[in-house]
Design a protein around this ligand. Structure first.
Ligand SMILES: Cc1cc2nc3c(=O)[nH]c(=O)nc-3n(C[C@H](O)[C@H](O)[C@H](O)COP(=O)(O)OP(=O)(O)OC[C@H]3O[C@@H](n4cnc5c(N)ncnc54)[C@H](O)[C@@H]3O)c2cc1C
Length: 408
């Protein structure tokens, strides 16, 4: 029988998360093996070609706000070339009067300089964004094609090995080395260090280590609508991306004069069905009306022209899970990116490689990773006492999942 390949570092999962971490490790001079169940990069949720990124500026825990700011700067620096920085407008809540100095003070409190985010009244927003609503203009907000980016990150490299069409079913430790086994109990590879970046399918892999984390699938459908050139909707279509209750990209005029407009997304908690649904398109038509504040818009004018359906992985407290599984030395997790795949994968690449390569705290701190932020992302936040009894539930026995569906 042939010996399985041995690698210093194996990354399980070639979506945007695994691809970005791999690329960072290659840039740092390491050899990496990537293993994916599919036959090419980004075949699951990261097939998404229309993902947007901006720092979170609304309500949220102070840590979430600091983390998305840090992650946004890392993402922008990493993907500058592929970054379609058309800007993102975030409308004010409709029940609140616009108060420029209040919004400016809020943005300053988030350390967001004016070259990232500024308040706009409805006239300014109309001029800059083509939207007659007050809100915050995030001029550096952008869209990224996750599929193309993942492919680019995993292009041929002398230190990169890719094992495609290989599903890892479980992991076991033997004399300080991790064995990765497939469904026939064959060891497909061995490694000293393993990064699990398999989104919702990380769950059985983590379970095979006797560890249980609150992860759940959230199905989402983004709709691509076609709009005729003479339709009243045309005057409402935005020139920029909008992020609010749902999100949309700038509308694009095609050669035949019609418009193509991406609007999303449904947020179907606990579901993982990838077939397209009409009710998700109808939900997105409703989102479209809200985003451009066009209550009278006829939803039938938004003619379905395509869609993207994916399954997000979401953790119990909605933050990603990034860091070492301390009680299982050599195992690192990067999962639960939720609806922020762009931000969290850029952040995971820096953090996991620093942790995996043993960088000291001072270096992490220089990158912006304050100790409390690292702790807020660490798997350990769910695990007090859980590892002592393999099979036991995580300490967070009541994960905080919102009961009402919300969209993004
Ligand atoms: C409708 C929708 C809209 C979204 N909008 C945005 C947005 O605007 N902005 C944004 O930033 N994010 C957005 N997201 C989220 C983003 O798409 C995800 O966060 C991101 O793609 C997750 O990347 P990942 O690498 O963690 O997972 P995936 O892309 O799912 O990759 C996981 C990989 O692991 C592999 N794998 C799984 N199990 C195994 C195994 N056992 N062995 C080997 N390989 C395995 C899979 O084949 C897959 O390639 C959206 C998601 C949806 C569904």
């Amino acid at each position: 029988m042939t010996q399985p390949q041995h690698h210093e570092i194996v990354v399980i999962g070639a979506g945007i998360c695994g691809a970005t971490i791999t690329n960072e490790l290659l840039e740092r001079g390491k050899s990496v093996c990537v293993i994916d169940a599919a036959n090419s990069p980004a075949n699951a949720c990261s097939r998404h070609a229309y993902a947007i990124a901006h720092p979170h500026i609304g309500k949220g825990s102070p840590r979430l706000l600091r983390l998305t700011h840090l992650a946004f700067l890392l993402a922008e620096a990493r993907w500058g070339g592929a970054w379609q920085a058309h800007g993102i407008f975030q409308p004010s809540k409709k029940d609140r009067a616009f108060n420029r100095s209040e919004v400016s003070a809020h943005l300053r409190s988030l350390d967001l300089s004016e070259d990232i985010a500024i308040p706009l009244d409805d006239e300014e927003a109309q001029r800059i964004c083509g939207i007659s609503q007050s809100g915050v203009w995030i001029s550096r907000g952008a869209c990224l094609n996750l599929l193309q980016t993942s492919e680019q990150l995993l292009r041929d490299h002398k230190n990169l090995t890719c094992l495609w069409s290989t599903r890892v079913e479980r992991l076991e430790e033997y004399e300080g080395i991790w064995r990765l086994l497939d469904g026939s109990n064959v060891v497909v590879a061995t490694a000293k260090k393993v990064v699990i970046a398999a989104a919702i399918d990380s769950k059985p892999l983590i379970n095979s280590l006797g560890v249980h984390l609150p992860l759940k699938p959230v199905r989402g459908q983004l709709s691509i609508f076609s709009i005729q050139p003479n339709d009243p909707w045309v005057s409402m279509l935005p020139k920029v991306g909008i992020s609010g209750d749902g999100y949309c990209l700038p509308a694009e005029q095609l050669e035949d004069g019609s418009y193509r407009w991406m609007v999303g997304s449904s947020f179907d908690e606990g579901e993982d069905d990838l077939s397209p649904r009409e009710d998700s398109d109808n939900f997105n038509r409703g989102q479209a009306k809200g985003l451009v504040d066009y209550a009278d818009g006829d939803p039938r004018s938004l003619v379905k022209a395509g869609e993207f359906v994916g399954v997000r992985c979401v953790s119990g407290d909605r933050l990603p899970i990034i860091g070492p599984l301390a009680q299982r030395p050599g195992i690192f997790l990067a999962t639960a990116l939720g609806s922020r795949g762009i931000l969290w994968s850029a952040l995971a690449a820096k953090l996991v490689s620093a942790q995996l390569l043993g960088d000291d705290f001072a270096l992490l701190a220089r990158l912006g990773f304050a100790a409390d932020l690292v702790a807020a992302l660490a798997p350990a936040r769910f695990l007090a006492g859980a590892l002592a009894a393999p099979g036991a539930l995580a300490s967070n026995s009541k994960p905080i999942f919102p009961s009402e569906p919300s969209a993004k």
